[in-house]
Design a binder for this molecule. Structure first.
Ligand code: NAD
Length: 470
């Protein structure tokens, strides 16, 4: 595969994709090795993973490769430290999930007891996107490995450089190597992977998510889908306007807007609208690109070239239909890489793609509202339902927040889901399917329950089936 460098636009890296036949063999080998991995205690599995994660955290090659993949340094380092944190949390949840396997009496017959035993799915497949390539490859993988499954991961073909140094560290671990493997390739390898695993975790677009769900249904395996969003934020008249503008700008443009939980629609009470817009623009214009120096500035490049076309297309179409750009709004080419500054749009309407479709860029379309009811109706006028935010007096903001059709609501901040590991959340609308990735549920997704039912006394014979009039 030719791989593009997001900072230079050059396509000089060539990376070999995994052959379909090799994928099948890898999956067979992983399944063969999994029972021995599952036979270890969860604490032993965590200890093996801790050693591996410590090696990843100090490996300069992983950080360097991830920085080239994404064109950013601080967030690449953040992805790596996020992996250590994730493992510590899965370990905490494992203690809870694996704790209670004691025997209980059945309500229907106290002479029968039951225990619930947990069995991990043999092989979990993980398919991940390009926006946080390492973290989104490892989040579900670590949970599945802690649960006792073997894991095969197919990361995005847009950002595959980090895989070689990571796989080298996996191969260096005699315990982990047999049960954990990355494969490389585009959607075709993703399709093959689904045919060879027992459960699939997919993070990516709605369009691909639907294909993954259909393929999983054909193979009768569970699919856990974490898809796109169009997160709204409501700023009530009772909000601290300056603080709201500062938080909203950060939560919208973080990672150049290439985050599923980016705030992409801003609804502001009309009474504070002029003050809010002024504060938002002030904050937006402080933002610097990291185009000259990867270690300087706030925003990295747009990682996928085609995304730049989507962002520019949505902004231009909105402007053509009557929206006004107050700041930003143009994709800039710096030495072949593509960047875009925070973009504030006003005079936007709900029929525009900039409000309806995921943008995945640092664009904030702002609309004024007259009543909280109208704001809630705007927020819910969407096919998506990933997360949302509300700013205002706490009780009022919470009362508004609970009426938004989304899996997580941040009150007086934006994008808190990025740090909330223990707070379980489900997706609404097109934003996903399956149980919460976060909290103990994230681990339980990889465990099948088996009920062991034991009779201690009594028991029915054929006469228990005789009709009463016989
Ligand atoms: P994408 O759907 O284009 O690709 C995701 C992955 O699916 C890639 O690895 C790709 O190769 C693979 N793929 C493509 N076709 C496939 C097929 N037919 N079968 C199996 N696999 C296939 O998404 P993307 O552009 O890489 O990522 C951006 C999207 O991801 C955005 O919509 C974003 O909102 C979403 N996302 C969601 C979350 C979340 O937690 N909800 C997090 C990050 C990103």
């Amino acid at each position: 595969m030719d791989v593009r460098n997001p900072r230079t636009g050059q396509r000089h890296s060539r990376i070999d994709a995994t052959a379909s036949g090799d994928l099948v063999v890898f999956c067979q080998e992983l399944k063969k090795a999994q029972p021995a991995w599952a036979a270890r205690s969860w604490a032993e599995r965590v200890a093996v993973l801790e050693t591996w994660v410590a090696a990843v955290s100090t490996d300069a090659d992983v950080l360097d490769a991830l920085s080239v993949d994404t064109g950013r340094h601080r967030l690449a380092a953040g992805e790596i430290s996020g992996v250590s944190f994730a493992l510590s949390q899965w370990a905490r949840f494992a203690a809870e999930v694996f704790a209670d396997q004691s025997s209980r009496r059945l309500v229907a017959d106290p002479n029968v007891t039951y225990t619930t035993r947990l069995f991990s799915y043999p092989l979990v497949g993980v398919i991940s996107p390009w926006n946080f390539p390492l973290l989104l490859s490892l989040l579900d993988s670590l949970a599945a490995l802690v649960a006792g499954s073997a894991v095969v991961v197919k990361p995005s073909e847009i950002t595959p450089r980090f895989v070689a140094p990571l796989q080298k560290l996996i191969d260096a671990s005699p315990e982990l190597g047999p049960v954990f493997r990355f494969v490389i390739g585009d959607g075709r390898i993703g399709e093959e992977l689904i045919k060879n695993v027992d459960t699939v975790c997919f993070t990516g677009s709605v369009t691909t998510g639907k294909k993954v769900a259909a393929a999983a249904a054909v193979n009768m395996i569970p699919a856990h889908l974490e898809l796109g969003g169009k997160d709204p934020v409501i700023v009530l008249a009772s909000a601290d306007v300056q603080k709201a503008a500062v938080s909203i700008l950060r939560a919208s443009v973080q990672a150049t807007g290439q985050a599923c939980q980016s705030l992409e629609r801003v609804y502001v009470a009309r009474s504070i609208y002029p003050e809010f817009i002024k504060a938002l623009i002030n904050e937006a214009e402080r933002v610097e690109l990291n185009a000259k120096d990867i270690r300087h500035g706030h925003l990295g490049p747009i990682i996928m070239e085609a995304q730049a076309t989507i962002i520019a297309g949505q902004v231009d179409a909105a402007v053509e239909a009557g929206a006004k750009k107050l700041t930003g709004g143009t994709v800039e080419n710096h030495n072949g890489g593509l960047w875009i500054r925070p973009t504030v749009l006003v005079d936007v309407t709900h029929d525009m793609d900039i409000i309806k479709e995921e943008t995945f860029g640092p664009v904030l379309p702002v609309i004024a509202f007259d009543t909280p009811e109208q704001a809630i109706a705007f927020a819910n006028d969407s096919d998506f339902g990933l997360s949302a935010a509300v700013f205002g007096e706490e009780a009022e903001a919470t009362a508004v927040g609970v009426q938004i059709n989304a899996g997580a609501i941040s009150i007086n901040d934006g994008g808190l889901t990025a740090i909330a590991f223990e707070a379980e959340k489900d997706s609404y609308g097109l934003s996903g399917l399956g149980r919460s990735r976060m909290g103990t549920s994230g681990l339980k997704r990889f465990l099948r329950k088996k009920a062991i039912l034991t009779r201690h006394a009594g028991g029915a014979g054929i006469d228990s089936l005789r009709e009463h009039r016989d």
